[in-house]
Every structure is written in C-alpha cells, then in structure tokens.
Design a binder for this molecule. Structure first.
Ligand SMILES: Cc1cc2nc3c(=O)[nH]c(=O)nc-3n(C[C@H](O)[C@H](O)[C@H](O)COP(=O)(O)O)c2cc1C
Ligand code: SF4
Ligand code: SF4
Length: 251
C-alpha cells in the first residue's frame, strides 16, 4: 500500500504514478495528520511511504504519523522521497524508523522534482517544472521495479555532508526557520477559505474573512501556493515568484 504526504503535489504525483505501476492502493495521510487520527492499515503488499524531503529528512509530521500508526500485513517498507536536489543521509533515519516499528527497511529512492520552497528559494516556471517532473519518472520506474521484484532499493552511502545536513542542520532548521510569522495577506484575498481547508496543521483560521496563522506551521507551502488570487506572501521572500503546483505530466 502506498501512503503519502504532499504539500504542493510532487509527492502525490509520485504516489499515484507508483500506484498505477504497482496496481496498488494509494492513501493520502492528510486527514489522518490534520485530524490526529492514528493509521490502522492492513496490506499484503509492501508499504511504500512517499513524501517530500524537509531539511534532508522525512518531514517530522510524516515521520510521526508513521511512528504512531499500525501497518499490519506486510513487514516490508520502502521510502520514496521527492526533493529539489538531495535527501542527504535521510535513509539512515528511515531505517531507524523501521527498526522502531518492526518493519523491514527495503531502501529509500530519492526522486528529484521541482523545488517548491517558495518561502526560501526560487521555484520553477511551469515549462521547466514539466521537464523536471518528466526526468523524475526514471527514478520512479526504478523504484517500482524494485518494489514489484521484492528487491531492496540500491542505496548510496551518504557522505559526511549528507550526514551533517540530515543530522545537525535538520535539528537547527525547525527551531530557526519553520515559523509562520512572516506570512501576510494582501487586499487580493477573496475570503474563499482554501488556505484554511488545505493546511495540514489546521494552523489557519479566518478573522473577518482574512487568514490568520496560529503559530503551528510545518512550512508545507500549501497555503501560499494554493491561494487562487496569490494573495499570500512570505515576508519579501516570495514577492514576484511564481506559486508552485506539480504540473500534469504524461508518461
Ligand atoms: C520546508 C521544506 C524543506 C525542504 N527541504 C529540502 C531538502 O532538504 N532537500 C531538497 O532537495 N529539497 C527540499 N525541499 C524541496 C521539496 O522537498 C520538494 O520540492 C518536494 O518535491 C516537494 O514535495 P510536495 O510537492 O509533495 O510537497 C524542501 C521544501 C520545503 C517546503
Ligand atoms: S486562499 Fe487566498 S483568497 Fe482564499 S481565504 Fe486564503 S488568502 Fe484569501
Ligand atoms: S500554515 Fe501554510 S505552510 Fe504552514 S503548515 Fe499550514 S498550509 Fe503549510
């Protein structure tokens, strides 16, 4: 069974791609995480956890969702991590998570997808994004072959840089950068409530029709990227940048 989390669609695209290739079921963790419901899943097929990379590891909310859930039936667990460039040494943390859960770790496949971190970096325009997504299909097909053949995903050992990024830098990233104080809304807001509905942390409410962020954000970028009028900015960092959504790309 394929279980995924996605802020801006890249990981959803990959999960659905794998579901088609593996003829398996695909489940979105959004409502489980948002509503604080522990997963109670049973499947005879391997577990395939698909998610973005946040600071060279699984996003903490997704790791906690796996940690607190019951995944019965198959003992095998594969990970597919979408990223803008690198997952660093994330595989070691996924392996440790499997050991905690009594699952057999079968490897982590990095899939380079378009960068979505509009609060921090440049994000691609649509045509460039399509090219990157198309190129990412190769890694997805390789992951699908390993999973279907019940083989481990071949893993390259992380270098010192990767270990540092997934270790010390990940630990600093959350307290230093993952904050919602810089979000603001312009007069372009039409009070549609989409930002409220799409926040996995339930961190936004409308006050007099305008969003207010409540201080419990995981920087998934859904609110800022999904606003239909691009009325949300993140300080000055997002000004003038395109908003990112995974484009539709055929095989
Ligand atoms: C908070 C945050 C942290 C990120 N950290 C990394 C990272 O460490 N390495 C990387 O290559 N990409 C990083 N990215 C980029 C995303 O992992 C990448 O664009 C991913 O495919 C987004 O997936 P989604 O559309 O399913 O949310 C980060 C993005 C965000 C929003
Ligand atoms: S999604 Fe945009 S337009 Fe809709 S309520 Fe939120 S900020 Fe306003
Ligand atoms: S406030 Fe925005 S960026 Fe933060 S978790 Fe919610 S949707 Fe994601």
């Amino acid at each position: 069974m394929i279980v995924y989390f996605s802020g801006t669609g890249n990981s959803r695209y990959c999960a659905e791609f794998l579901a088609r290739h593996l003829e398996d079921q695909c489940i979105d963790a959004f409502h489980f995480i948002r509503d604080g419901i522990a997963a109670e899943f049973i499947s005879g097929k391997p577990w395939v956890f698909v998610s973005p990379t946040y600071a060279w590891q699984l996003p903490r909310i997704f790791a906690d969702f796996i940690r607190s859930g019951n995944f019965d039936g198959s003992d095998d667990a594969y990970f597919v991590m979408t990223c803008g460039s690198s997952i660093g040494g994330a595989g070691a943390y996924n392996k440790a998570l499997c050991e905690e859960k009594g699952l057999r770790y079968r490897g982590t496949m990095p899939v380079v997808m378009p960068e979505n971190y509009v609060a921090m970096f440049a994000v691609p325009q649509e045509e460039e994004a399509k090219r990157i997504v198309h190129a990412g299909q190769r890694a997805l097909k390789k992951a699908a072959r390993c999973i279907a053949g019940e083989e481990d995903i071949p893993t390259k050992a992380a270098g010192i840089g990767g270990k540092l990024m997934s270790g010390i830098v990940n630990g600093l990233f959350y307290p230093l950068f993952v904050k919602d104080k810089a979000f603001r809304v312009s007069d372009g807001c039409i009070s549609c409530g989409k930002c409220v509905e799409g926040c996995i942390m339930n961190n936004i409410h409308l006050v007099e029709g305008k969003p207010v962020w409540k201080g419990n954000c995981t920087h998934c970028m859904a609110c800022i990227c999904d606003c239909p009028t691009a009325a949300i900015e993140y300080g000055r960092a997002s000004v003038g940048k395109p908003r990112y959504h995974c484009p539709e790309v055929e095989e």
